[in-house]
Ligand binder design. Structure first.
Ligand SMILES: [Zn+2]
Ligand SMILES: [Zn+2]
Length: 116
């Protein structure tokens, strides 16, 4: 049986990707941001855009959002912290134009996320 640290290393390729910005407004969302919201595919937006523009509908997958968990910056366990599993530096931008997203959101927002 591997240690917890070995398990983390093995799983590193599919760790939660901490993306640096909001796809909609491009606001910086550093790892400790409490404004960062993610969908199940890690699409990342600020809380303001999730509420004001997206009405809790991810424009890429149609799912809802949750607050992004904060990764510890201190190694509380060996090899497990922001220092080892670093945030992404690749900024991500919208894949659809804003008018198209507005239509998409109108069609989905009335359905609770658990029924989508
Ligand atoms: Zn935003
Ligand atoms: Zn999504």
């Amino acid at each position: 049986m591997g240690t917890w640290t070995n398990d983390i290393e093995r799983k590193e390729a599919r760790l939660l990707e901490l993306r640096p910005n909001c796809e909609w407004c491009d606001k910086d969302l550093p790892p400790a941001s409490q404004e960062a919201m993610i969908c199940t595919y890690e699409c990342t937006f600020c809380r303001t855009c999730v509420e004001a523009h997206l009405r809790n509908v991810c424009p890429n997958c149609g799912g809802g959002f949750c607050p992004r968990p904060i990764r510890p910056h201190l190694d509380r366990r060996p090899g497990v912290s922001l220092r080892y599993q670093m945030p992404s530096t690749t900024r991500v931008h919208l894949s659809f134009d804003k008018a198209e997203i507005a239509d998409f959101v109108r069609g989905v927002a009335h359905i609770p996320p658990l029924e989508r």
